[in-house]
Each structure stands twice: as C-alpha cells, then as structure tokens.
Design a binder for this molecule. Structure first.
Ligand code: XMP
Length: 504
C-alpha cells in the first residue's frame, strides 16, 4: 500500500535522516502556530487498534506487573483510556482480571474485601489504613465463609471503643438478595431497605458477592460519557500474550473473558514467532483485535501490518526501566522510531502506539505529532493507588511503590512470561541476562489525578499547535531540533524549585 499524504514534519525528519541522526524526546520541541483552539476544546479521541473503536483519551497502560492489573484497567477505562493486563499472571488469573474489568459496570463485586466477626474495630481500621481503602462497607464472614452481618461507615463512626469486636458493632439483621438479582432490582431493594451494601447469596445461602449502593446508583443513573465502553456495555479491557507454549490457552481463556484486544508483547516484534502468533490469533479469533510489537524500524512495522496486526507498538529500549539499548546495544531513539514506523504505516489503517520513554506530558504531544495514534505509559502510571503492589513506607517517611522492568532480574525470576519476552524462557535463574532494572517510584495517589495533568499538558500543546484533533496534530506539527542549550533552556534553570509541582 502507498504512503498517501505528505505531512508538515516530513522535511524535518528527511533532513535528520540524511545526517544519519535519530532523535529522542529531549532532542526536539514543536513549533507553535496560528491557533483558534482553546486547550479545553481539543478533542482527544484516539485509536489503539483497528477495530476496537476510539479511546476517549490516547493513553494505554503498559502490561507490566507493577502497572496493570484489573484495578488499573478499570480506572483507566473509566477515564477513557485502556489498560493492558500483564502476562506475568497465570492464564487463569489474567482471564479473571479481564473478567473483573468486564463485570465492573454490572456493579456486582464478586470478591469483595470481607472482614471477620472476631477482628477488633482497631484491627480493621488499621487494615483499611494500611491498604489505603477508600470505603468502609464490608460484609462480615465467619471462618467458614458464612455471612454473619455487614458493617458500614456509620457503624465505625458510632463506635466508642475500638477494642470492641466487629460482631459487636455490625448490623446483624441480614438484608440480602438471591444470585441473579439485576442491578436495577438491587437498587430498588437497597433504596427500600435503606442499606448501603447488599450481599448476594445462592440457593444454599452461600455468600457470592455484594452490590454497593454507590456503584449501583452510578449505573442506574447512567454512566459518564468519558467511559471507554465496548458495544456490549462493558468497560474495554486489553491483555498481553506472548509467543510461548501457553499462548493458545491464554487466548482461549481471554476470548471467553471477552477481552477486546490482545497485545503480543515481546521485546523484538519483527520475528518469525510474533508474525506467526499474529496470524494464529487473527485466524482463530477474528473478532479480537491484535496489536503486535515491539518494533522500531519502518520495515518491521510494515511486516507486522502485512501479517494482519490491527495495531503496532513502537519502542525498543526507550522505557525508563529499560537497559536493552545498553545491554544489547540496539534500538532506535524513540521520536525517530515512532515517525519512521508511523510513516511506513500511512494508508494501512493500522494505528501506532508509542511505547516507553514518556517522562512529561509534553512528550505525549511530541509522540502524537511524530505520528503515533496513542501512547503507552509505564513509569508515569506506576506508584498510583491502582497499580499493583503495596505502598512501602520508607525510613525517610517517603511512600513508594516498586516499579520494575519486565526484563529485570526480579520479574524474570518471578515469571516465565518475562523470560519469554526476552527469549530466555528456558534459562536457569543464575543464567538470566536482564534487560531492565528494578526500581521504586513515589506513591502518587489516584491515577485519575496523574492522567488529568497529562491530558492538560497535551491539550495545551494541541492549542499551541492549532490542532483540534490528534489527526490534525499529526498533519500540522513541525519540529525543532534542540541543541544542549535548548534542552537546558527548556527546563527550569538558574534557580531551585522550592515547591513540588503536580506535573514537573
Ligand atoms: P516507561 O518509560 O513508560 O516504559 O516506564 C514502559 C515500557 O518499557 C518497556 N519495558 C521494558 N523494556 N526492558 C526493556 O528494555 C524491560 O525490562 C522492560 N519492561 C518494560 C515496555 O514496552 C513498557 O511498556
């Protein structure tokens, strides 16, 4: 297929190529231009894969074990983005995580956090604080899993003695409903009986889960237009697969869980195994979109598109935790890689996702301007409430969470899928050659707060470039190549930052 239209930045990248140079985010800034676009009016709809429809924001979370499991995927889909659940989970657990996302809007919680009647109020409050839970409604189950009562916020509020047992403060009158109760029926019961949680029991009175009033009310009253919703009314969810022996089983379970898109997540996407995996997935599951990667060269992107990929993920070594460029000595700097791959795919209708190396919101504007349709984030979403892992309280009182590369030694030891990503599935523990590091990042609060800042920066950039939509940005954007003093001038300089800024 032919590359159709010429874009404003083509001349810039042609010149750079003639010089034999390749550029990364810090090497460039965008030209400003005449604008009638106010940042608030910028439209952020974007594509990650051919058929999955528009995301409401161009942000996808990385399939990493310290970034995306169900909670992140739910939170992101509710802001309009997409979460890709990592493949370090067993095929069954990964499929359950997808199901959790898919069931979220049914407001039914299958595996709620439960407490025991013999726990003290103090123990439960400490547990809530440790886990950073924002809710205070729990079903109370005894050691055999039998529902004994419920507690809600007011039970804690009116408790004068925190050494009291949960059985002393809980609501013992059990108002429950049968399995199969719909969200509308649950809402009616909860309003009539004035209860904030409604336990669901099966015919044998076995506890199956709960409805909570806040979720039920949200659904019944209609959900936000920001939500990224599939045609069946569920939140969209993605999942990573590899090219190893469990790929078929993973795909089967993910398909049953109604995953919207799978990502063939490898360090080197331009390989026989990935191309065969794309063909297998498209042939066996034609209704599920397949995004393949990672690549960083034009020819590689084309090969994946021609094999049938519905999206191509670009980035070999730009990630914050990556050491591929240093350990293997390979990989094209990210802005050039994104430009070359996106240019090669013009006319194919196959979106490009710029994966890795995004440090600031301005890098998102740059990635999209270079031709990406959306970006994938690891570090920026790690350390949030919704990322997997506990908050660690350090000696210096800092709160941090672990963020590690899927090719780090720890990740490779912990899961085979990580070893596979780097072609070391069968290597013994002491023979692993990592291509990533293990790190920690500050605990940042809810992911919605981070995304708000990132989108604010992107909107502002679109305003400066006079682009109302992402496709307009791709057409209109043009670049400057920075010198070292340009880089220095771009950041605050000549003074010390005395207060933390939410976006720098
Ligand atoms: P950021 O910069 O957002 O990058 O933290 C996330 C992306 O980095 C990739 N990734 C790795 N690359 N070694 C690598 O070379 C690794 O251990 C590793 N783990 C993740 C991945 O593409 C992710 O989306």
């Amino acid at each position: 297929m032919k590359n159709t239209e010429k874009r404003k930045c083509d001349d810039f990248f042609d010149k750079i190529e003639k010089l034999g140079l390749a550029l990364s985010y810090n090497d460039v800034r965008l030209k400003t231009g005449y604008s009638q676009i106010l940042p608030a009016n910028a439209k952020l709809q974007a594509k990650f894969s051919r058929n999955v429809g528009f995301l409401n924001i161009p942000i996808v979370s990385a399939p990493m074990d310290t970034v995306t499991e169900a909670d992140m995927a739910i939170a992101l889909a509710k802001i309009g983005g997409l979460g890709i659940i990592h493949k370090g989970l067993s095929p069954q657990n990964q499929a359950s995580a997808v199901e959790k996302v898919k069931h979220n809007l049914s407001a039914f919680i299958y595996e709620p956090i439960c407490i025991n009647p013999n726990q003290t109020v103090a123990e439960v409050l400490a547990f809530i604080e440790r886990k950073n839970y924002r809710f205070l409604s729990f079903p109370v189950l005894n050691n055999s899993g039998k529902l004994m009562g419920t507690v809600v916020k007011s039970n804690f509020e009116f408790c004068l003695d925190n050494s009291a047992k949960i059985s002393d403060i809980m609501l013992k009158e059990i108002i429950s409903a049968e399995a199969g109760t719909t969200v509308e029926q649950a809402y009616k019961i909860m309003m009539q009986k004035r209860v904030k949680i409604l336990p669901i029991l099966d015919k044998n009175k076995k506890f199956k889960g709960i409805y909570t009033l806040s979720d039920v009310r949200r659904i019944v009253k209609g959900h936000s237009p920001d939500y990224n919703i599939s045609s069946d009314g569920t939140l969209k969810a993605g999942a990573a697969i590899g090219v190893g022996e469990d790929t078929r089983q993973r795909m089967e379970l993910l398909a049953k869980a109604k995953v919207d898109v799978v990502v063939i997540d490898t360090a080197h996407g331009d390989s026989k195994a990935v191309i065969e995996a794309v063909k297998f997935c498209k042939k066996t599951y034609p209704k599920i979109d397949v995004v393949a990667g990672n690549v960083s060269e034009a020819e590689s992107a084309k090969r994946l598109a021609e094999a049938g990929a519905d999206g191509v993920k670009v980035g070999q070594g730009p990630g914050s935790i990556c050491t591929t460029r240093i350990i293997a000595g390979v990989g094209c700097p990210q802005v050039t890689a994104v430009y070359n791959c996106a240019k090669a795919l013009r006319g194919y209708g196959v979106p490009v996702c710029a994966d890795g190396g995004i440090e600031y919101s301005g890098d998102i504007t740059i990635a999209l301007s270079a031709g990406a349709d959306c970006v994938m984030l690891g570090k920026l979403l790690a350390g949030t409430t919704e990322s997997p892992g506990e908050i660690i309280y350090r000696h210096d009182k800092k709160q941090v969470k672990v963020y590690r590369g899927m090719g780090s030694l720890g990740a490779m030891i912990d899961n085979k899928a990580s070893r596979e990503r780097y072609g070391q599935a069968e290597s013994a523990e002491n023979k692993l050659v990592p291509e990533g590091i293990e790190s920690e990042v500050d605990y940042k609060g809810d992911v919605s707060f981070i995304i708000y800042q990132l989108l604010g920066g992107l909107r502002s950039g679109m305003g400066y470039c006079g682009a109302e939509t992402i496709s307009e940005l791709q057409k209109k954007a043009d670049f400057y190549r920075l010198t070292p003093s340009g880089v220095k001038e771009s950041h605050p300089h000549g003074l010390e930052q005395i207060k933390k800024s939410p976006n720098y």
